[in-house]
Ligand binder design. Sequence first.
Ligand code: SAH
Ligand code: SF4
Ligand code: F3S
Length: 439
Amino acid sequence: MAVEKTFFLETFGCQMNVHDSEKVIGTLQQQGYSQVETEEAADLILYNTCSIRDKAEQKVFNRLNDTKKLLKQGKRFGVLGCVAQQEGEAIFERAPYVSLVSGSASYRKLPEMLARLEAGEKRIAGLDDRQTDETFETEFTARSNKYRGYITIIEGCDKFCAYCVVPYTRGKERSRTSTSVLAEARRMAESGYTEVQLLGQNVNSYRDPEGKRSFAELLAAVAEIAGIRRVRFTTSHPRDFTQDIVDVIDAVPALCNHVHLPVQSGSTSTLKRMQREYTREQYLERIGWIKQSQRPISITTDIIVGFPGETVAEFEETLSLLETVQFDAVFAFKYSPRPNTPALVMIDAIPDEEKGKRLQALLDRQREWQRANYTKRIGQIVEVAVEGHNAQRGQVNGRTSENITLNFAPSGPILPAPGSYAQVEVTQSFPNSLVGRAV
Ligand code: SAH
Ligand code: SF4
Ligand code: F3S
């Protein structure tokens, strides 16, 4: 009789990691494992890790330490994702009870690695580096949401920004064929998905290996699949952001009116040290294209404060860029020195306290700009994708096409179901969300 095999998986990091975990879960289930909710109940404990900033990396080692006491009961541990790729076999030294270490570029070998684990091997490493041309495609993806799902279209990164680990942890850029992406989107639509989010570290660096479709054409083709009502894509790199992306958003209603375009800094000299390969002016030119679109497109960004050598004047250029653009959301981080990256040799002389001050000043200003921008939306009628309910308050929550959270009062006693769409009038605004009533 087959013994039931169980696994626990916790995910850290970005949407790419979240979606990789859905593929890993599907693959494990295919191999006869069932997922359990606690480490205690699992035979195999997996952490899908992130190393983008030092804090993220520390979290993983803390978690491993906390869980180690479960070892007595003969459990096995695996470390997946970006810390696994970065630290490699050194993890076996640092945490000797770990028996599987695998980066994302090796997940296609998971079934084989699991078989070796079951055969009793103690140290299995999947550490394909930048050489690989393969992507991780599986028909067994176990998506956690029934209406809204991710599709990876491009993996890895070839940009080598001076501060960033991703080119080392996720390997070189490699795109899936548009035929395969469209087939997956069609399967999702047939099983009831209405929203698709196309993923890549630089999603707009997509190059169809078959040469059939540009990135903009792929967006249009996914958006035209029957049943798909919303298509999002993230993250766009300014260097590869072209006018035809704005044109296709204008032309195809199912493409959401939102672009996430990380700028990192508003200062050309800082951008140069960061090796971002665009200037403040070139970034603002792209913002100009987006703002000239027929329908209003929401723009969000990422910022790093306190990059080595950032002067007060350079930091103020970032504030002035934020004021000029009027972003709907800004994800801002203090610079964190990372292993292997070119910036590691630069002198990180800005004290942590000063980085903290700059971060807080930026967030305070942005909050006020956002408050004003969100207030302008009062009175608008918007479409909301319903995600859930707050039974206590009799409220429904969901997201607008711009990806803004909106809580609304239903029009009658029956609450609209998750996965449905509602027309809502905006009645109130906060710096990060909207409130409304169904019309
Ligand atoms: N590929 C995307 C985002 C990658 S990581 C892009 O190029 O924009 C997500 C965000 O983490 C980055 O946009 C950046 O703002 C932040 N980040 C990356 N490395 C960092 C580091 N060493 N310290 C602080 N923030 C960092
Ligand atoms: Fe990191 Fe730059 Fe690649 Fe983005 S483009 S993942 S910031 S190296
Ligand atoms: Fe983190 Fe790796 Fe994503 S470092 S942000 S999980 S690509």
